[in-house]
Design a protein around this ligand. Structure first.
Ligand SMILES: Cc1cc2nc3c(=O)[nH]c(=O)nc-3n(C[C@H](O)[C@H](O)[C@H](O)COP(=O)(O)O)c2cc1C
Length: 149
């Protein structure tokens, strides 16, 4: 199964989680594709069969700049991803009212596209842990099981 990883990051933490997720999916036998700042054309050229968003939150509940263009392109162009499995890892900090707002935006978008949530969203709280890549591992193992269906 081909899994596209769409990542958004300001300081690199979400990018590291995405990198680790790609490695884990590959070693589980999936074909994982990840490129920071990817355009919709690049994502569609991969012809994903499942989509995983991994994004931090910036500003007041906003998506990082390197995911915003893709987010708006997805909303405008509405790719035929209906029924495909989707999942979201949201990085944030619970000291903000808008905790994990960026992940929430991607979660809503996937629902609007008619995608099927493979696993409930994972929220990683920077005020509780500084090892998001390690913290994502058990959830990613569950995702692999869910995608194998
Ligand atoms: C300027 C700034 C604004 C932020 N705003 C939010 C926010 O609104 N909600 C939230 O949950 N986290 C917020 N965060 C926390 C980051 O999302 C969190 O530290 C995350 O781990 C950073 O990941 P990154 O290195 O991939 O950018 C903010 C951090 C900074 C520096």
């Amino acid at each position: 199964m081909k899994v596209a990883i769409l990542s958004g990051s300001v300081y690199g933490a979400a990018e590291e989680v995405a990198h680790g997720a790609a490695q884990l999916l590959e070693s589980a036998g999936f074909e994982a594709w990840h490129k920071a700042g990817a355009s919709l054309e690049e994502v569609l050229a991969f012809e994903p069969q499942a989509v995983l968003a991994i994004t931090s939150t910036t500003g007041m509940g906003e998506l990082p700049g390197n995911l915003q263009d893709l987010y708006y392109q997805l909303r405008d162009r509405f790719p035929a991803w209906s029924g495909l499995p989707s999942a979201v890892i949201a990085l944030g900090d619970s000291s903000y009212d808008t905790f994990c707002g960026g992940g929430e935006l991607m979660h809503e978008l996937f629902a609007e596209l008619g995608m099927r949530e493979a696993l409930p969203m994972l929220r990683l709280d920077a005020s509780e842990s500084v090892t998001p890549e390690d913290d994502a591992q058990p959830w990613l193992a569950e995702l692999i099981t869910a995608l194998r269906g």
